[in-house]
Design a protein around this ligand. Structure first.
Ligand SMILES: [Zn+2]
Length: 158
């Protein structure tokens, strides 16, 4: 999926969490973290939003592991979870980042290309008839995510 879809996906995940009864002490920090987290897994892609911001890192990660492997895996989510357990950062930041990363993996798993969720096992998790990155179906999906965010926002704040 494209960066902008992931950003909206991260916001949607945060909005879903809050509108289904989840609580967090700092909404603004939470949503900012959801957005940042939603871009992190694509540090392995040179053409991604975050890959362009950190030019060397994307090359290192993609050369060492390949795209949509380690940063798109269960292992990565567990590692982040463990890291955050032992760091004193605010929950709104840690949970936001984690939720944003999880939303990224979920969205990429809906694509034709899929992800290697069980990396280092090379098992591809994706949809054979799923979304093609940058295709018209992704645009429709992007609009649906925006509507979901609007719907959740309406229920949370109005
Ligand atoms: Zn990705």
């Amino acid at each position: 999926m494209e960066g902008k879809t992931h950003i909206v996906g991260g916001i949607a995940a945060g909005a879903l969490y809050l509108s289904t009864g989840g609580t967090i002490e700092n909404d603004t920090m939470f949503f900012a973290s959801c957005i940042a987290g939603s871009l992190i897994p694509d540090i392995c892609s040179p053409t991604s939003t975050i890959g362009r911001m950190i030019p060397l890192l994307d090359n290192l990660v993609s050369k060492a592991f390949g795209h949509r492997t380690i940063t798109h895996s269960l292992l990565f989510l567990v590692a982040a979870f463990l890291l955050f357990r032992y760091t004193p950062w605010p929950a709104a930041f840690e949970f936001g980042i984690w939720l944003g990363m999880a939303s990224h993996l979920f969205l990429d798993a809906l694509t034709v290309r899929g992800i290697q969720f069980f990396w280092p096992f090379k098992i591809r998790v994706g949809l054979p008839l799923g979304i093609r990155t940058g295709g018209s179906f992704e645009k429709v999906f992007f609009s649906l995510l925006i509507m979901l965010v609007a719907y959740c926002g309406y229920h949370m704040y109005l």
